[in-house]
Design a protein around this ligand. Structure first.
Ligand code: RB5
Length: 149
């Protein structure tokens, strides 16, 4: 079990409200929410926010990252450009659990224009409650990581 209980959160302008609700939810669960914004509703490009959250995870400052945009797709693409990041878009709890158990994902992305708040919080719980299974899955994750070099 990790001792790093920090989770970085970021989004673009589309998902500020849901991001703040997720921050409160994970705080209530005993995690430390490192919410790096944005906090004002002006349009702001998702790549910079995905990359900033990814850097916080890749550096080891935060154990996990949770990021959001309208679909969850664009900000996920940006996060996955950062070395060491394995981020998946999840719209269901099964996928959220599996990206931890099989892919050792360290970031979760969601789309605020796709999901309701209740499902989004359940997806967060599924992600945080699952652990990487290692074994044959570790070999495959190692293959992904080797592609970065
Ligand atoms: C912003 O309008 C929207 O393009 C963004 O939130 C996201 O859905 C991109 O992938």
């Amino acid at each position: 079990m990790t001792t790093n209980k920090r989770i970085v959160l970021s989004s673009d302008h589309a998902a500020i409200d849901l991001r703040q609700k997720i921050a409160a939810h994970i705080t209530a669960r005993g995690w430390e929410a490192v919410d790096i914004g944005p906090t004002t509703p002006e349009s702001t490009p998702y790549p910079q926010h995905g990359a900033a959250a990814a850097q916080a995870v890749a550096s080891g400052e935060c154990r996990f990252g949770i990021i959001l945009c309208g679909t969850g797709q664009g900000i996920m693409m940006a996060a996955n450009k950062v070395k060491g990041i394995r981020c998946g878009v999840c719209m269901d709890t099964f996928s959220a659990r599996m990206i931890r158990q099989h892919n050792d994902a360290n970031m979760l992305s969601m789309g605020v224009r796709v999901l309701g708040e209740g499902l989004a919080l359940d997806i967060v719980d599924a992600f945080l409650d699952a652990d990487f299974e290692g074994g044959r899955h570790a070999t495959r994750v190692d293959m992904i990581n080797a592609m970065e070099d």
